[in-house]
Design a protein around this ligand. Structure first.
Ligand code: SAM
Length: 241
């Protein structure tokens, strides 16, 4: 990121490593582990704040004044994410909860079935947001409730997406979730950045919605996998905007 010019990026959507000693081949993720590409780069918990502060500082520099960022985090090291966001100088707009199905029953504790998604910006006066990008004021659910209001609540119940191909990376954000963020916070031709690409999902969905994209991935095999998905346009959506 150090090599990118300042004030160039319109939107950052990212799901950094969570410093939870995540293993790419963990059996309890309900997958055939041989198909999961190994090598996932995890961060030590004791280094997490410094690591987070450093990448966030670069994001702040490369973001346009009108830009914003969505950062996903589990609850374990959320405090480091929140402190670093404040210390770097971001303004927090929303604290979104993404509720998903985990599918593993725990014996002595409740089942974690949510992620945090921090919506932050550089300059709240100039921040872009398109409130009617998905639903008009008059759009209603079958029960007569406002779809516009429902879509803008900060708890999102979105199913995880499972891989169909032979190869996969260990985690992937659902395309539905990324589409929603892109619609509310970007326009066609905007540059969307993900400093932690993994499978390349943020770039792949951004490309399919006519956004430009840039991103980084430290594991060469994941980078190649993401590049292959991008080159083959392995995700398409019909919606426009
Ligand atoms: C949670 S995953 C991202 C998953 C991605 N959002 C997706 O939908 O596929 C985090 C990724 O960050 C990568 N990573 C860890 N440290 C990194 C670093 N210093 N620079 C770039 N990527 C890094 C990991 O290898 C991993 O692929």
């Amino acid at each position: 990121m150090e090599f990118l010019p300042k004030n160039k990026i319109d939107l950052v959507i990212t799901d950094p490593p969570f410093a939870i000693n995540f293993k790419a081949k963990k059996a309890n993720y309900n997958r055939i582990s041989s198909r999961v590409i190994s090598g996932y780069n995890e961060i030590k918990p004791e280094d997490y704040y410094d690591f987070t502060y450093l990448w966030m500082k670069e994001v702040f520099r490369v973001l346009k004044d009108s830009g914003s960022m969505y950062v996903f985090s589990g609850w374990n090291n959320l405090k480091d994410i929140l402190c670093a966001l404040d210390d770097v100088g971001f303004t927090t707009i929303n604290h979104i909860i993404w509720k998903y199905q985990f599918g593993v029953v725990t014996k002595k504790k409740f089942v974690t079935s949510h992620y945090h998604c921090l919506y932050v910006c550089k300059n709240n006066e100039k921040r872009k947001f398109f409130p009617f990008s998905r639903f008009k004021k008059e759009d209603k659910t079958k029960e007569g409730r406002s779809l516009h209001y429902k879509d803008k609540e900060d708890v999102w119940d979105i199913k995880r997406e499972y891989w169909t191909g032979d190869e996969k990376t260990p985690t992937k954000l659902p395309s539905e979730l990324i589409e929603k963020l892109l619609h509310y916070s970007s326009e066609k031709k905007d540059i969307v950045m993900d400093p932690f690409l993994g499978s390349g999902q943020v770039a792949v969905v951004s490309k399919s919605l006519g956004r430009r994209y840039v991103g980084f991935e430290i594991v060469p095999d994941y980078y190649k996998f993401a590049k292959k998905r991008l080159d083959k346009n392995l995700y398409r959506v019909k919606k426009s905007n």
